[in-house]
Design a protein around this ligand. Sequence first.
Ligand SMILES: Cc1cc2nc3c(=O)[nH]c(=O)nc-3n(C[C@H](O)[C@H](O)[C@H](O)COP(=O)(O)O)c2cc1C
Length: 212
Amino acid sequence: MKNIADIRKDYASQTLDPDDCLAHPVAQFSRWLDDAIAADVPEPTAMLVSTVSPEGRPAARVVLLKGVEDNQLVFYTNYHSRKGQHLGHTPFIALTFFWPELERQVNIEGVVNRVADETSDAYFDSRPYKSRVGAWASEQSQPISGKEVVMARFARFAAQYLTHVPRPPHWGGFAVTPERMEFWQGRPSRLHDRVLYLPDGQGGWQKQRLAP
Ligand SMILES: Cc1cc2nc3c(=O)[nH]c(=O)nc-3n(C[C@H](O)[C@H](O)[C@H](O)COP(=O)(O)O)c2cc1C
């Protein structure tokens, strides 16, 4: 294997200054997400979702962001999954976006709530038929003896729901209300630009630069 300690890239394409950042961090995030989409990066909405187990141990996995509404970030999953159980116990979360082509990272920490049933219904109904059946077929994060277990459940639910597939009650959205957001722009010699947003205590946000 190549000596991975020798892999290094100098970042230089753009700068980030607190004065150039929008007043609200979710607006700034939307601007950067738009940039990532416009740059045609692969999976611009993919984010690392970090949760905490009841024993206080962190766990992380990639999930797709599905909406930015009312200054909240929304994703969809199985509420019975491992992450769903973690969030049911400890409703705090961290989201990490990494867009290497833009030399950018965003770190978001916040609190989650389940979205309204009607919101989950609307998104569920917009998904392709097989994805909707799949939500019934997969008991996400449970051990299974083989793939045929899921295929058999898929066939069973496809036969049961020939046209209209109702949303499983254990499947839906989580909305993340940010309490801390940090924007990272890679710079030469590891002297990166970092801008942190924290609540200002008066309903707004304050920005500060962090050392790289
Ligand atoms: C690119 C990508 C997108 C994914 N999107 C989702 C998603 O939107 N919702 C979801 O529940 N899992 C998604 N997954 C699967 C999760 O990474 C994970 O395997 C699954 O949610 C079970 O995680 P858990 O056992 O920690 O709850 C995605 C995985 C990848 C690699």
